[in-house]
Write a protein that binds this ligand. Structure first.
Ligand code: SF4
Ligand code: SF4
Length: 202
């Protein structure tokens, strides 16, 4: 028998079963994310329209779309959020943030979740790469890509990437030797200031 009161799944193009009522949201979890650097983010305002996912430049390699990630944060599904490769595939291009009609700022939310994930000791290829990248930039103020490649993937990675490296050098996009910055003292002062500010925010 066909029932007349069949439950509507869509309202104005939005899937009802995706949206969370305010009282079903995990406010503790959302506040934690906001406090860790997503102060501009208004996670609760997300209406699951999917505009962020539709414009995301890296969605093909993500296992969870930015829209779903925001929903999981609203629900307090911490484990799923932490396990997602979306945190590390996001390139911080800010397209999602510029397009979101509700001011959610998904890119800032992802950055905030990454800070929490690293603080909780998450280790993977991306965190390893990030750490080496930061170490090398702090070391001389400018990246020397072959050194990054060597520290990250060893000799084998250098050999594999050599053809690309040679092309970049020939086109003037990469120096074959480590470069120096103009004012290392000023750079070090800025670095110390940033570390101090970071420490004050802990
Ligand atoms: S664009 Fe904004 S409101 Fe729409 S799903 Fe993404 S975060 Fe939510
Ligand atoms: S900032 Fe990240 S999540 Fe947002 S559109 Fe860019 S890659 Fe996608």
């Amino acid at each position: 028998m066909v029932t007349k009161n069949k439950k509507k799944k869509f309202v104005f193009g939005l899937k009802q079963d995706r949206q969370l009522d305010g009282d079903k949201m995990n406010s503790d979890f959302m506040q934690k994310v906001i406090a860790e650097g997503g102060k501009g983010a208004s996670i609760a305002a997300c209406m699951q329209c999917g505009t962020c996912s539709g414009g995301c430049t890296n969605i093909d390699v993500m296992d969870m779309s930015p829209r779903t990630l925001i929903l999981m944060i609203q629900r307090g599904e911490w484990e799923k959020v932490l396990q997602s490769n979306t945190l590390w595939m996001c390139s911080s291009c800010y397209i999602c943030t510029s397009r979101c009609p509700r001011g959610v700022r998904p890119s800032d939310v992802i950055e905030a979740v990454k800070v929490i994930a690293i603080a909780q000791g998450i280790h993977n290829d991306s965190t390893k790469f990030n750490q080496i990248f930061v170490d090398l930039v702090q070391k001389r103020g400018i990246l020397f890509e072959p050194e990054l490649m060597h520290r990250y993937g060893g000799l084998q990675a250098m050999i594999e990437q050599a053809p690309l490296g040679i092309q970049l050098v020939l086109r003037g996009k990469m120096s074959p030797f480590p470069e120096t910055i103009k004012n290392p003292q000023q750079f070090n002062q800025a670095l110390q200031k940033a570390k101090k500010n970071d420490g004050n925010n802990d």
